[in-house]
Design a protein around this ligand. Structure first.
Ligand code: NAD
Ligand code: MG
Length: 398
C-alpha cells in the first residue's frame, strides 16, 4: 500500500489522480489532500476518500472545512506553509503528486524532493522556476522524480532504462539519442486567421480541441507558452542541449512525444488524450495498472499529421525558448510574468495578444543575475510579478 499526498487535489490533475486511486484501492491510499480554497470540493473528496489529513492553503477555508466535517470521519484539517511542508515530508508518505498550478507549487514540491519522496511532477512551473536547484536537491536526497506531463511521460517511456534511472543527470548522447521531439496540438487557435487572435475571449482560449484541463494551462496551450514551459521542463528532466530539443505540431494529440535515436529509429508513445494514462504510469512505475482509459482505436484515429511551429502565431513559444537559452533566472521571470498576464486575460483586463507583449516586456527589463537559493528565486519571482502588473497598467494607458 502506497500512501500518497495529492497537492492540488481539487484540480484537474488531482481529480484524475484520485480516479486512478479509486480504481486501485488495494495499492494506493489518498493519505493527505491539499487544495487552495475550494471548501465544497474538498469536503466531497474527504467524504469519498477519507484521507488522514485535509490541508487548505487558505486559512479561512480551513476553518470552514473544519466546521463542515463530521469528527467521526477522522480527517484532520491543517493550514499554513510549515504544516504543508511537514505533511509532504512525513515518514508515512511514500509518494507526492505535485499538481498545484503555478509558482505556488514550488515550496511544497521542493519539500517533498528534499525529504527524498517519490515525486510525481505535474507542476511544470516549479521546475521552470528552480531548474538546477530542483535537480541538485533531488540528487542530494535520492528522491525519485517521475514526469506526469504527458509529453515528458511519453519521452520517459521511450528512453532506455539506464536513462530513466538517471533523470536530471542523464547522458542522451551516450545512450545513442540524437533528438527529443516534443509534440503539441497547437491548441484552439492553430488555424484561426492571425488578425482574429487579438479578439479571442477566455472562453474560446479555454476550449482545447483534445484535452480537458484547468484554466491556466488551457490559456498557455492557446498561446503555446505551455509548449515553451515544457521545452524548459524537458531541458532539465532530460539534461539536454537546446539543439537536441525540437517542437513538432501534431494536432491530433495521439502521439504524446518521441525520441529519435542515432541509428534512425524513432520511438513514440501513443494513447488517447487522457491524463489518467501518464498518472497511472507514474504511480505504478515500473509496473502497469488500470487507468480507466479507453484503448486507442487506430481505425477511429485515421490520420496523423505534423507541422513546424509558426513563431509569428505563437510568439510565447519563441520567448520561452529564448529564456531557456538565457538560463534559469530568465525562465523564472518569464514564468512569473506569464502567470500574471494569463490571470489578467482570464479576468478580462487584457486582450489575448497582450499576454505575449507583457511577457516580452518583462523578459527584456529585468537584469538577470545568478540566483541559486530558493529565497533568491522567490524574490525574483515576486519582483517579476510586480513588473508584469505595472507593465499591464502602462500598456493599458499607452
Ligand atoms: P487546476 O486549475 O485544475 O487545479 C489547480 C489545483 O491547485 C487546485 O487543486 C487548486 O486548489 C490548487 N491551487 C491553486 N492555487 C494554489 C495555491 N496558491 N496554493 C496551493 N494550491 C493551489 O490545474 P490543473 O490543470 O490540474 O494543473 C495543475 C498542474 O498540472 C499545472 O502546473 C499544470 O501545468 C500541470 N499539468 C496539467 C495538465 C492537465 O491536463 N490539466 C497536464 C499536464 C500538466
Ligand atoms: Mg503537457
Amino acid at each position: 500500500m502506497q500512501n500518497m499526498v495529492i497537492l492540488g487535489a481539487t484540480g484537474s490533475i488531482g481529480r484524475s489522480t484520485l480516479s486512478v486511486i479509486a480504481q486501485n484501492p488495494d495499492a494506493y491510499r489518498a493519505w493527505a489532500l491539499v487544495a487552495h480554497a475550494s471548501v465544497d470540493k474538498m469536503l466531497e473528496l474527504c467524504l469519498q476518500f477519507r484521507p488522514r489529513f485535509a490541508h487548505m492553503v487558505d486559512s479561512v477555508a480551513a476553518m470552514e472545512l473544519q466546521q463542515k466535517l463530521s469528527p467521526e470521519l477522522g480527517v484532520e484539517v491543517t493550514t499554513g506553509e510549515q504544516a504543508l511542508c511537514e505533511l509532504v515530508s512525513a515518514s508515512e508518505v511514500d509518494t507526492v503528486m505535485a499538481a498545484i498550478v503555478g509558482a505556488a507549487g514550488l515550496v511544497p514540491t521542493l519539500a517533498a524532493v528534499k525529504a527524498g519522496k517519490r515525486v510525481l511532477l505535474a507542476n511544470k512551473e516549479a521546475l521552470v522556476m528552480s531548474g538546477e536547484l530542483f535537480i541538485n536537491e533531488m540528487q542530494r536526497s535520492g528522491a525519485t522524480l517521475l514526469p506526469v506531463d504527458s509529453e515528458h511521460n511519453a519521452i520517459f517511456q521511450c528512453l532506455p532504462l539506464s536513462v530513466q534511472q538517471s533523470i536530471g543527470r542523464c547522458d542522451l548522447d551516450a545512450a545513442g539519442i540524437s533528438h527529443i521531439l516534443l509534440t503539441g496540438s497547437g491548441g484552439p487557435f492553430l488555424t484561426s486567421p492571425l488578425e482574429s487572435l487579438q479578439h479571442m475571449t477566455p472562453a474560446q482560449a479555454c476550449k482545447h480541441p483534445n484535452w480537458s484541463m484547468g484554466p491556466k494551462i488551457s490559456v498557455d496551450s492557446a498561446t503555446m507558452m505551455n509548449k515553451g514551459l515544457e521545452f524548459i521542463e524537458a531541458r532539465w528532466l532530460f539534461n539536454t542541449g537546446l539543439d537536441e530539443l525540437k517542437v513538432v505540431i501534431h494536432p491530433q494529440s495521439v502521439i504524446h512525444s518521441m525520441v529519435q535515436y542515432r541509428d534512425g529509429s524513432v520511438l513514440a508513445q501513443m494513447g488517447n488524450p487522457d491524463m489518467r494514462t501518464p498518472i497511472a504510469h507514474c504511480m505504478a512505475y515500473p509496473e502497469r495498472i488500470a487507468a480507466g482509459v479507453e484503448p486507442l482505436d487506430f481505425f477511429k484515429v485515421g490520420q496523423l499529421s505534423f507541422f513546424e511551429p509558426d513563431f509569428r502565431r505563437f510568439p510565447c513559444l519563441a520567448l520561452a525558448m529564448e529564456a531557456c537559452r538565457l538560463g534559469q533566472e530568465a525562465t523564472t521571470v518569464l514564468n512569473a510574468a506569464n502567470e500574471i498576464a494569463v490571470a489578467a486575460f482570464l479576468q478580462g483586463r487584457i486582450g489575448f495578444s497582450r499576454i505575449a507583449a507583457i511577457n516580452e516586456a518583462c523578459l527584456g527589463q529585468l537584469s538577470l543575475q545568478r540566483q541559486d537559493s530558493l529565497e533568491a528565486i522567490l524574490a525574483l519571482d515576486a519582483s517579476a510579478r510586480r513588473m508584469a502588473e505595472s507593465e499591464i497598467d502602462r500598456q493599458a494607458q499607452a
